[in-house]
Design a protein around this ligand. Structure first.
Ligand code: HEC
Ligand code: HEC
Length: 411
């Protein structure tokens, strides 16, 4: 009896298994199409994609932000009087929106007989906009006395939300301003006042690590690249344009960027959301020579500054909660003998923030001024604090050098 019951049970079980199998196959098929494939695409987002697994609300903010990032402004919206571009996207679009572009900005200042750097106008800073609304003589011109002039190429904003979520403490721990460990590398954390909160923070965005947050960088860019004032940067300022002239060239009341009635968001909030939720660029193919090249990168000291992975702090938002950020940067200021001579925010004239190397394969030219055409040329420009690792590079045998470059091409 017991056996029969058991057998019955078995029979029932196996029948159930058949119908379960049918259901299971359907579920599997559904999972494959509805979840696994998109999830795989999400694990390797394409350039320009949002971070995987945004909530619907976050996705909507990302979408609105993308719209605003692409919106071409004109004088009626507050563009100018002086500007470098008419939309964020005009300078951030290769290989997708958020990336780089051929448009470079120009900075200038002067160095006195003692070798000390100063801006011509401390409120307008060192940026000299290239264009102006062509009325009333509000074109900015670099003064003839300028003896420091430098180009700045754009920095992509892929993965910027993860970079923003790295704690100040993490960067402060990496810093070694007095080179106490005597490795020749002395990174400095760029301590800046965050305009959004008034707090001192560790800057991490921009070639000079001039801002700590995306809202502050976006508002700075809105004013300085496009001439649009906001709550964070409420005053128009461009070199040589007096307040009287400014009233004629750009009569719109400041701040120009005000809340949209429909969404309650300012332009700078939209830019912040777009950049925060924009995914980093995924790695290219990783094979044995890439892995061998990464070992060389670690061995010869590149990774002292181009730190392969940092981690975000704790966050209530799972997207940013203790996530690994494979950016290949310490986000600190270094003098690697490439500096432009322009002091800005917390950066000394010859300091540049270590650029992140993620997405390197989509980026040319290289270095802050675009002076290097290839990764090899960029490496050969390194001196100063990076002198030792540069020498190590020169001493590599051919195969090691070749795998190192293969590794860089995978980023
Ligand atoms: C004229 C071209 C131009 C325009 C327009 C422009 N940018 Fe940029 N962007 C740059 C350049 C050049 C840099 C590097 C600037 C620097 O560090 O001095 C940069 C850097 C950035 C960074 C720093 C990224 C990082 O990881 O360090 C952010 C963020 C940014 N831009 C956002 C914006 C936003 C938002 C807008 C629109 C309001 C905008 N940009 C408009 C050229 C431009
Ligand atoms: C002392 C810190 C330091 C070390 C060590 C170092 N770098 Fe850099 N690296 C920098 C800084 C700072 C820049 C930006 C310089 C500039 O733009 O003027 C840079 C720029 C680069 C760039 C160009 C990136 C871009 O987006 O423009 C590449 C590629 C690069 N480094 C690779 C390497 C490799 C490979 C090594 C090892 C041989 C190395 N670096 C060692 C600090 C360092």
């Amino acid at each position: 009896m017991i056996v029969a019951r058991r057998m019955n049970g078995l029979v029932r079980v196996s029948r159930l298994r058949i119908s379960e199998r049918v259901v299971g196959m359907a579920v599997l098929a559904w999972l494959l199409t509805a979840w696994v494939f998109p999830a795989q695409a999400q694990l390797r987002p394409l350039p320009g994609d949002p971070l995987p697994r945004l909530t619907p609300v976050e996705f909507e903010l990302f979408r609105l932000g993308l719209d605003d990032f692409l919106e071409v402004e004109d004088a009626e919206e507050g563009l100018g009087p002086a500007y470098n571009g008419t939309s964020c996207g005009a300078c951030h679009n290769v290989p997708a929106i958020g990336g780089i572009s051929p448009v470079a900005g120009v900075r200038a200042g002067r160095v006195d007989a003692n070798g000390d750097y100063s801006d011509f106008d401390s409120s307008a800073g060192s940026l000299f906009q290239l264009f102006s609304i062509p009325t009333h003589g509000c074109q900015v011109v670099i003064p003839a006395e300028a003896n420091v002039i430098s180009r700045r190429v754009p920095i992509p904003v892929f993965g910027a939300g993860l970079v923003e979520a790295i704690l100040d403490d993490t960067l402060l721990r990496l810093a070694d301003p007095l080179d106490l460990d005597r490795d020749g590398v002395s990174g400095r954390a760029a301590v800046v006042e965050d305009l959004a909160t008034g707090r001192l923070r560790v800057g991490r965005f921009g070639w000079k690590a001039q801002h700590a947050t995306l809202i502050a960088f976006g508002a700075d860019a809105y004013l300085n690249e496009m001439g649009i004032t906001s709550d964070l940067f409420p005053t128009e300022q461009s070199f040589g344009i007096t307040p009287e002239l400014m009233r004629i060239c750009d009569p719109l009341p400041d701040p120009e960027d005000i809340e949209e009635p429909a969404t309650g968001q300012r332009g700078i909030d939209n830019f912040e959301a777009f950049m925060r939720f924009l995914a980093p660029i995924g790695r290219g193919l990783i094979d044995d020579s890439v892995l061998a090249g990464e070992r060389v990168f670690l061995e010869i000291g590149c990774a002292v500054c181009h730190v392969p992975v940092l981690e975000t702090g704790p966050s209530a938002n799972p997207l940013f909660d203790r996530k690994t950020v494979p950016l290949f940067s310490d986000l600190l200021l270094h003098d690697v003998a490439t500096g432009d001579g322009i002091g800005q925010a917390a950066a000394e004239p010859n300091e540049i923030r270590t650029p992140a190397l993620w997405g390197l394969r989509f980026r040319r030219p290289l270095l802050h001024d675009g002076s290097a055409a290839t990764p090899l040329e960029a490496i050969r420009s390194h001196g100063g604090e990076a002198g030792r690792s540069r020498e190590n590079f020169e001493e590599l045998d051919r195969p090691s050098r070749s795998v190192l470059l293969t590794f860089l091409a995978s980023l």
